[in-house]
Design a protein around this ligand. Structure first.
Ligand code: G4P
Length: 197
């Protein structure tokens, strides 16, 4: 998605060979117009998948997921990393370990909102090692619902997430695939696609 790649190039900040800071439009301040376009693109990619729910994880997954769910005209559910005051024990839960942050979160979703037979599109802001996505997939399976696909705003293709998820048979659609963050530069997987005439 060109507008997204342009935003990453112009506004992203490479913090290290592993971490890309995008808090001017995705992780802190949100570019609502860009998120609208992100939502439309996810909806276009998954429009024939019969999606009944969009599922994400708080907090940075919520903005792109909200726009996608609006476009698909289905409810959005976000998994919580901390149980809310009003949440009972009527929940699905899964453990998510973050290699980046070196911490484990128990993520939860109320059983009231995810139902057997739901066709679920999982959306997240970043795909690194795929642990958050695997936790969300686990929750969808606990509900006897179906994972129709995974929509990612920024994939770090030099990490293992996509490989791990595709091995589980999951359709992964990433709007920007970062090949490398070496030498302070962002390069994308499709920067080097050559056309053989
Ligand atoms: P994984 O789920 O794919 O295995 O990813 P990982 O544990 O490495 O990521 C943990 C958190 O760090 C996630 O956010 C993820 O979005 C974020 N993250 C991973 N790599 C990057 C990166 O290069 N840049 C930025 N900006 N974030 C990255 P989180 O803890 O859930 O935060 P939030 O959603 O509450 O903002």
């Amino acid at each position: 998605m060109d507008l997204l790649k342009q935003a990453i190039r112009e506004k992203g900040n490479v913090l290290s060979e592993n971490v890309l800071k995008v808090d001017t439009f995705l992780n802190h301040q949100i570019d609502t117009k860009l998120m609208g376009d992100v939502g439309k693109e996810f909806a276009r990619l998954f429009k024939s998948a019969g999606i009944t729910k969009v599922l994400t994880i708080e907090s940075s997954g919520i903005a792109p997921s909200f726009m996608a769910a609006t476009e698909l005209d289905v409810p959005l559910i976000f998994a919580r990393k901390k149980k809310s005051l009003t949440m009972t024990d009527n929940v699905y839960s899964s453990q998510v370990y973050s290699f980046t942050k070196q911490e484990t979160n128990e993520i939860t979703v109320s059983k009231d909102f995810l139902k057997a037979g739901d066709q679920v599109l999982i959306i997240d802001d970043f795909l690194a090692n795929g642990q958050a996505a695997l936790g969300l997939i686990d929750i969808v399976h606990q509900a006897n619902a179906h994972v129709s696909g995974l929509g990612i705003v920024i994939e770090k293709s030099f990490q293992d997430g996509r490989k791990r998820l595709e091995k589980c048979g999951i359709r992964v659609e990433s709007l920007a695939r970062v090949k490398s963050l070496e030498n302070g530069n962002v390069t994308f997987v499709d920067d080097f696609v050559s056309i053989n005439l």
